[in-house]
Ligand binder design. Structure first.
Ligand SMILES: NC(=O)c1ccc[n+]([C@@H]2O[C@H](COP(=O)([O-])OP(=O)(O)OC[C@H]3O[C@@H](n4cnc5c(N)ncnc54)[C@H](O)[C@@H]3O)[C@@H](O)[C@H]2O)c1
Length: 259
């Protein structure tokens, strides 16, 4: 028996990176998946893998910066299943990490649209299909980052956006709780091929910093997205976490340890 048997789960950003491994892990736990990403070919590869593992999986090509695309994503799920049990706001788009004074407002706006507006809007859109589920209810998981707490140089835009994801989570937890919907924020660490690709676009000093940053935890190794991170996302999606809401969970091997 899977931990997510029969649950209708929407996950964003599943073409690659953490979102892809979350989708595969959810498939292994019996979820009915509706996944999205802007990268069509890679998204379809994730769908194929999930189906091979026996899951129902619908893949929708979506630009999360577009309001219409977000609406379409939720409509596809609602038309197919009539209900939504889990929303995982995993996708993000990171623009080059630069000092605040060097950063363009266009980059700020783009990250805002994907990392704040899309998270916020998808929570609104899914609410109608999550409200007052019987039993342990429905679950929303938003992706933040320890960058929001650390004030790391060069992370001005990213940290601002990720901090917002935590703040909206706490408000939503209080507002949605009476409707039996819990809302939590996960601060992950998991190294993927995407990190290599993303780092190529970053300034040399950031590339140097990243060589050690991903292993800078008590275990001295980078997290594996499927084995280390995705089970925590499954836990927050499953009924086992039904008494947790408004929490920020660091699933990062102890990269961030603080009060
Ligand atoms: N990887 C880590 O260790 C780490 C650490 C801290 C926080 N995070 C957060 O975890 C989440 C997942 O991380 P990741 O490393 O897999 O991120 P990523 O940036 O590598 O991948 C995110 C996915 O989102 C998709 N995407 C980007 N723009 C999109 C758009 N406009 N519309 C639809 N899809 C779009 C990408 O195509 C990609 O498949 C992100 O929110 C990230 O900020 C990750």
């Amino acid at each position: 028996m899977g931990k997510l048997d029969g649950k209708v789960c929407l996950i964003t950003g599943c073409a690659s990176g953490l979102g892809k491994q979350e989708a595969i892990r959810f498939a292994d736990e019996g979820a009915k998946l509706v996944i999205c990403d802007i990268q069509e070919e890679k998204l379809m590869e994730t769908k194929r893998i999930c189906e091979e593992r026996g899951a129902e999986c619908t893949a929708v090509v979506v630009d999360l910066a577009s309001r219409e695309d977000r609406e379409h994503f939720v409509e596809v799920a609602a038309e197919k299943y009539g209900t939504i049990d889990v929303l995982v706001n995993s996708a993000h788009y990171t623009t080059p990490l630069q000092p605040i004074l060097a950063k363009s407002l266009d980059d700020l706006e783009l990250e805002y649209k994907i990392g704040i507006e899309a998270y916020f809007h998808l929570m609104q859109l899914c609410w109608d299909y999550m409200e007052d589920h019987p039993g342990y209810g429905a679950s929303i998981i938003n992706f933040g980052s320890k960058a929001a707490r650390e004030g790391t140089i060069g992370h001005g835009v990213y940290a601002t956006i990720k901090s917002g994801a935590g703040a909206m989570t706490r408000v939503a937890a209080r507002e949605f709780g009476p409707s039996n919907i819990r809302v939590n924020c996960i601060m992950p660490n998991g190294y993927t091929d995407n990190c290599d690709e993303g780092l190529k676009k970053q300034p040399p000093e950031i590339q140097e910093w990243a060589k050690t940053a991903f292993k800078d935890n008590p275990f001295g190794r980078a997290g594996d997205p499927y084995d280390d991170l995705a089970p925590v996302v499954v836990f927050l999606a499953s009924d086992e976490s039904h008494w947790i809401t408004g929490a920020t969970i660091h699933a990062d091997g102890g990269v961030y340890i603080s009060d």
